[in-house]
Design a protein around this ligand. Structure first.
Ligand code: SF4
Length: 381
């Protein structure tokens, strides 16, 4: 019988008794259907004793945060070809790592990746095996620590991301909205942290969420958990998890300076090492504020910092970029420097591709140059 959602008590979240049976049925499904991924040891190879390389597990998990498998594959392969070991990555420069990371977004991850590689190199390549030790490494949060512990070291851990939350919300018919339901869903997922094959189980739930228990139109007919799934029984599969209404994103505004030297080079600088796009190169701009500032104010701000004397020309149009928590709208001011100083960095547009320029700044360059000569980047949130 299908009951309407309103008839459910909030957060029913009742566990089926047979967690052991659920785990066994999911592992049997995984043995038959596991996705072949470049960083994965197939279940039959694990049974033959093949051991995952923690470096590869860690690298893939950091790359997969907020990013799809399809996007990550070429980056993962390129990183492994350039830096086949954690020690090799540790001796790369931060600029090399940021450059190789271009297009994956969330550049703090790349800086932490490099810092973490250096930390493991200091430990002579020995990784912590428990979640607690992994959590102390740069850039390793609870999800990644649990994923590495389970997949690389077969520790009893269940990594919980949005996919796993969705599967748990449905399996146990948890009707409390996200984000309030997060801790309940995490506890439900962790109730599977027992018995053998924790690494395969972690990857099996990931596969189930990615291929069967998908956000829209879950393929319940293919699901090994269908008989026990409370959301399926209640006709709520596609409806869960519920989410609290999103608040509208704030828009920030700024003027960005496209300053051309007498030799045709463009003024560029490095952002501070921490914070949004930290350590990346940028075209200088006014602060990103929530009200539109006047170009006059912006001009006087930059005139103090550069040898610029020519008037600015406001270019038509805006550059819009969507970050996770806000939208940025940039207007471009074009100007010519009469002279340059060695305190400033000037780069020919032809050499932009050699810089760690984030997608936002590539958009600015395309806007200012008015061409599509730079490699288009996927718009990331
Ligand atoms: Fe998800 Fe459907 Fe499987 Fe339930 S039966 S876990 S809703 S795919």
């Amino acid at each position: 019988m299908v009951r309407p959602a309103s008839a459910l008590k909030k957060s029913s979240g009742k566990k089926p008794q047979d967690l052991k049976g659920l785990k066994a049925s999911l592992l049997a499904w995984y043995d038959q259907t596991a996705r072949s991924l470049p960083w994965r040891i197939a279940p039959e190879d694990r049974r033959k004793g093949k051991i995952p390389d923690p470096y590869k597990v860690w690298l893939s998990e950091i790359m997969l945060q907020q990013t799809t498998v399809v996007t990550v594959k070429p980056y993962y392969q390129n990183f492994l070809a350039r830096w086949p070991t954690v020690k090799a990555l540790a001796v790369a420069t931060e600029d090399q790592v940021l450059h190789a990371w271009q297009g994956l977004g969330y550049y703090a991850r790349a800086r932490n990746l490099h810092a973490c590689a250096q930390e493991i190199a200091k430990r002579k390549g020995v990784w912590p095996q428990q979640e607690e030790g992994l959590l102390a490494l740069p850039g390793v949060g609870p999800y990644t620590a649990a994923a590495i512990a389970a997949i690389a070291f077969d520790q009893s851990a269940v990594p919980v991301d949005g996919n796993v939350e969705r599967v748990m919300a449905r399996l146990f018919a948890v009707t409390t909205s996200l984000p309030e339901a997060k801790s309940e869903l995490r506890d439900l997922a962790r109730s599977f942290a027992f018995g053998s094959r924790p690494g395969d189980f972690a990857q099996a739930v990931m596969d189930l969420g990615a291929t069967v228990c998908t956000p829209r139109q879950p393929k319940c007919d293919l699901c090994p958990w269908q008989k026990s799934c409370r959301a399926f029984a209640l006709g709520l599969a596609a409806e869960l998890p519920h989410r609290a209404a999103k608040t509208a994103k704030l828009t920030r505004y700024a003027y960005v300076f496209w300053l051309i030297s007498p030799e045709g080079k463009i003024w560029i600088r490095r952002r501070p090492p921490t914070g949004l796009l930290g350590g990346m190169m940028e075209f200088p701009s006014t602060p990103w504020v929530t009200t539109q500032d006047s170009p006059d104010k912006a001009q006087s701000a930059v005139a103090l910092a550069t040898p610029l004397l020519s008037p600015w020309e406001l270019m038509p149009g805006t550059v819009r970029h969507v970050f996770t928590h806000f939208i940025l709208e940039l207007r471009v001011l074009k100007g010519r420097a009469r002279r340059t100083t060695t305190d400033e960095k000037w780069v020919e547009p032809d050499h932009f591709s050699e810089l760690a320029l984030p997608s936002l700044m590539k958009k600015v360059a395309r806007h200012a140059i008015g061409s599509a000569s730079l490699t288009p980047q996927k718009h990331r949130k």
